[in-house]
Design a protein. Sequence first.
Length: 433
Amino acid sequence: MDNQLAALRKELQYDKTNSCVQCGYCLPVCPTYATMGKETHSPRGRINLVKMVGEGRITDLAVLEEPMNLCLGCRACETACPTGVEYGAILEAARAAITRRKKFSVPVRTLRGVLFKKVFPSKKAMKLMGNGLWLYQKSGMQKVMRKSGLMGKLPYHLGSFEAVTPEAVAPRDRGRLPKRLAAKGEKKYTIAFFTGCIMDAMFQRINRLSIELLAKAGCDVIVVEHQTCCGALHAHSGEMEEARVLAKRNVAAFEQEQVDFIVNNAGGCGAMLHEYADFLADDLDWSERARQFSLISRDISQVLVLCGGVPVEDHPVERVTYQRSCHLTNVQRVVNEPLQLIKGIPNVQLIEMNQAEMCCGSAGIYNIVNYDASMEILDRKMESVKETQAVSIITTNPGCLLQMKLGIERENLGSSMRAVHLVEFLAEAAGIK
């Protein structure tokens, strides 16, 4: 084997493909295999393609591009796999290899550079985005745009997503997010809260409610300065080096506080934080620091359960279902805690949907760049949702939340069904507004 092929094998994490025995246990849980029916769009098919590249049987990495891009990265295959294949590592290594060799057009290259290096990592840019959304909604521009019919002409079906965008926080309120909040009553834990980039820009109300819920449950809450984007969107898009830069920035920022847990409220972000230890394992200067970070990283549902749940005296009768975040379930392996919190609310009837573990089709920006494939997956998911006859769909990830709102709109169920984040649901039950 020549040096070039050996280097390519290392780049693709070829050795990890040898764990796959092509048994097919991954097929029933793979959303793209279920909707597309192609072996190349299944986990074992994608692994086999990477294996063939690593063995020199495929010499053009462009062959990998469509199968890898159409993968949601939900990693349900890892949960189903009997041999412990590290599919996520293989997928992201392949995407990074493709990105390094791809010649993007000047506009696309410029846009990627601006988004990944200037927008997502910048609190000022994300704040500006959030304030811009508020201005758009409150100035009357939103009504004008919707009445004009221009929404249907926007690229990437952005008009559909605009229709389900949450109400933005006013600029005067945005600056009121507490930096520190003391526990109500007996202190049980000290936690550092991870705000995220998209969560902070578009869902800051959920961040505020998260902090208040944690305090009410008995936590001293610290919003750490100098934290930044988790890097998940970068890693999923093949921008691995930039993702590692962000990981290091977060590790360094959170080291400044002595806390019991680092808490997040977004399944996708949490998965990335959970895997910082693996992500920086080969960096001698950062591996142990990243391991310590990941060791105390928790989803908010885990900490609320440790605190004894959310105190609620009464609640009206409500029929709900729970849309599982793939990254919360398959990467962080947090399954029971959200269910436990939901069931702990009086008079709430939780109805689990069929194929509850199946992805909703959101997957970061997948539903934007692969709209048709995403909508086919969403439509299948909504059939399962409708069977539950729930009035509320509870989610634990912002992408899932928007996707389920879009599903409700597509099914014309807006008058009888809603989608809410778990934090919103719990805060509502606890009387926190």
